[in-house]
Design a protein around this ligand. Sequence first.
Ligand code: IPD
Ligand code: CA
Ligand code: CA
Length: 274
Amino acid sequence: MSQPTPDQLQIFLDIATEAAMAAGAILQTYWGKLDAVEEKGRPGDLVTVADKEAEAVILKVLRRHVPHHAILAEESGQGGDQQSKYRWAIDPLDGTTNYAHQYPIASTSVGLLIDEIPQVGVIYNPFRNELFRAAKGLGATCNRRPIHVSNTSTFNQSLLVTGFAYDRRETPDNNYAEFCHLTHLTQGVRRSGSASLDLADVACGRLDGYWERGISPWDITAGVVLVQEAGGTVTAYDGSPLVLKSGRILATNGQIHDQLSQELLKTPPLSSWN
Ligand code: IPD
Ligand code: CA
Ligand code: CA
């Protein structure tokens, strides 16, 4: 397993940027002009023409530059050579519910796993024209300026963010108790509706920590690289190495990591919360 050179990573970063910007243009084109919004299966799990066309344009860019790499894309699933050590994890529109309601918090997320390790990430929010980029060992930027995680070290002064997966009505493991518990202990817990932007906001220091369950690799691959390269920490809830397929992630500025981990693990059930 040889690690790509910085020059190779830079090339992949530029390909991811081209793809994310092209998808962002599609999101702007359909903004406020959706004729129909479909449900994909679970109630509230929406898909629009913008999701589909944005994904198509990302795949076109990847097929042109790296035709043999593996693909994992939210709307079309697996593609390319599944034996490749390079796997692109793509969320063409992260924040579809917001987008469908014209609530302008949504993005395109393009990440690259090399040997199953997140190594390149680009997240583009066309509504704020913010382009977040990172690659392993090359640092993290927003609109080409270096970014860094926050310096908050006092837990009760931290501002957190989380999300709720579409299976939340079907399982007691729905993150409601954690949301209440952490709201009680900190300056607040936000719920933006876009996991990739949650990670980007931790990376640039606007937020101090993020956790979520039921999340997919396309939601978080790019954001994981951003937080790590911005000096933050990304693990499983218990502080052990992140397992992308577990659907659970804890990402912080590093300083509040242990305490957030401990509080997540000891969250009392909702019935006993007051
Ligand atoms: C969703 C968003 C949301 C998170 C959900 C995701 P989508 O992605 O990232 O913040 O809480 O778990 O599924 O459906 O808008 O691509
Ligand atoms: Ca998503
Ligand atoms: Ca999506």
